[in-house]
Ligand binder design. Sequence first.
Ligand code: SF4
Ligand code: SF4
Length: 370
Amino acid sequence: MPSTETIREADRMMTICNACRYCEGFCAVFRAMLTRRGFVETDLTYMANLCHNCRGCYYACQYAPPHEFNVNIPKVFSELRVETYQDYAWPGFLAALFRRNGLVVSLAMGFGLGLVIALTLALQDPAIVFGTHVGEGAFYRVIPYEAMVWPFGLVFLVMILAMAVGVVRYWRDTAGGIAQDLSLPALIGGLWDGLTLENLRGGGGGCNYPDERFSETRRWLHHFTFYGFMLCFAATSLATVYHHVFGWIAPYGYLSGPVILGTVGGIGLLIGPAGLLWLKWKADPAPETSSLRGMDVAFLVLLFMTSLTGLLLLAFRETAAMGALLAVHLGFVLAFFLVLPYCKFVHGFYRLAALVQYAMERAALAKKAG
Ligand code: SF4
Ligand code: SF4
């Protein structure tokens, strides 16, 4: 369960906000607040995940520190988000991985790299690892297809299952009571708000990040990161279809679908995480919990390195560096898969669930009113 202290603080601040209401037009959190007279734990968990940490309410608030009311909504909600990721993590004994997450992700990177490089060097002839391979099946001469697909596929599926269990448990607790209001329009509405990052627009001028000035930069960098990831995922899926449906074996031509999708996505995954790291370095630390900061940085570094090594592999795939680059890239991919349900990656799913719940609440209210 989220700590009593965090819940108590979130409740105290939301109660002040519900009396003040100055920020009622700022974002979905305040609109959700207006429909409640009091806040039980699941309300606060839902609202914390609805918060996009735009920081607009922090810089606008007359009761923010150093005022004695000490109202700091983005900070208390960021702490509550970390606690909810822990609370719903599956299996439960791995929930502690969300604490000191920077260290956990760094260890996963070391483990992934060490394991793949050690296995490649131990099981493959060095003349092949450091040789030049071109044409159909070049990658698989260094690391056989089965050795790539089965272990990686299995780890990926287990981690997707772990994430799905966490999000379903979260949904059952926070939206279970209004599940009957789930509809296609609510689903589309929540999805649209998530895909456009509507709640990072602020009042139209963007969020107050990295400082109190309004800026759209963070929203665009999020888009580079998210859509870059989705394009890389599409590239891998298309390559799987090529392999299994058409029998076309990688590596594919520079103008083929998987390579174009992977290259564009990979560039997005360099620009987005690098830009977000730069913003984070400049950002005012006051409206944020320190545990989320480590988690954010570690995840962005992992995304950046996975993309960078993938693009380097593409650029040097016809040279003697291909074998080493393939092992290093797969090491980062393995680390990414291993930490997937226990790192910042999960925030997208919890936030999407909160946005769908918000759309359901709005639809139910509209029905009641008219
Ligand atoms: S954040 Fe501050 S200004 Fe905004 S509603 Fe709450 S108390 Fe009022
Ligand atoms: S930080 Fe932004 S998204 Fe979060 S509650 Fe405040 S205004 Fe809303």
